[in-house]
Design a protein around this ligand. Structure first.
Ligand SMILES: [Zn+2]
Length: 222
């Protein structure tokens, strides 16, 4: 990669979040009035939704007149991913995922002309968890240092197991299979776990979470 391209990319894409700076909400890009941020994010959301809609509507495989099970499976997979996104939006921090999912599914069951409004309602109505659970989260204040320590152990375990898988594949798997595993999923997992050799200063890894917990940083307050 040449240096000029890198500089050009960095001026547009935020180093911290890998989000374009116009839409990025990090402390450095997110200053000033909310108007421009709202406009940029809204525009990107609509562009992405348009892309997905276009893919489904115009994909050569999907306009072919002979439906197959594999085609039905592909679209069902896409539906599942989109429902998961809608469920994520409908979910409040103390909400139940199942209730949010059921809300989205029953909204999808509405007639064509009302389905958009039903979905918006389902996504914007916070779904609270049963009182029992809400009470238990309020009364027991978890110790963040303890969670950080436990997370640290989980991190060690992830790195250890990845290294085990890598050694195993290097010894026994065909070379290309090993190389692909090493370069893609192993690299992703190890990078997310903040493993030394894969460390990227622009990534948010499990190490950042551990650090935030130890520093007592509270993302909800500021
Ligand atoms: Zn940023």
């Amino acid at each position: 990669m040449n240096n000029q391209t890198t500089t050009l990319e960095r001026s547009v894409i935020c180093d911290r979040t890998q989000t374009r700076t116009e839409a990025c909400m990090c402390g450095r890009c997110g200053r000033g009035s909310p108007d421009a941020k709202l406009a940029a994010n809204k525009r990107d959301v609509l562009a992405l939704l348009g892309l997905i809609a276009g893919c489904v509507d115009c994909h050569p495989k999907l306009v072919a007149d002979k439906p197959t099970w594999s085609l039905a499976g592909d679209v069902a997979h896409l539906r599942e991913q989109l429902v998961a996104i809608a469920t994520g939006i409908a979910l409040t921090p103390d909400g139940s995922e199942q209730a949010a999912r059921r809300g989205i599914e029953s909204a999808l069951g509405t007639d064509d002309e009302d389905v958009a409004e039903a979905l918006i309602n389902a996504m914007c109505t916070p779904i609270a968890k049963p009182t029992e659970d809400t009470m238990s989260t309020e009364t027991t204040q978890p110790d963040h240092t303890e969670i950080a320590d436990e997370l640290d152990q989980i991190r060690d375990e992830i790195i250890k197991q990845c290294e085990r898988a890598r050694t195993m594949l290097r010894r026994a798997a065909p070379r290309l299979t090993y190389e692909r595993a090493r370069m893609y999923w192993l690299a992703h997992i190890l990078a997310a776990a903040g493993a030394e050799e894969y460390r990227n200063p622009y990534d948010t890894t499990i190490c950042n979470t551990i650090e935030e917990l130890r520093d007592g940083e509270d993302g909800d307050e500021g």
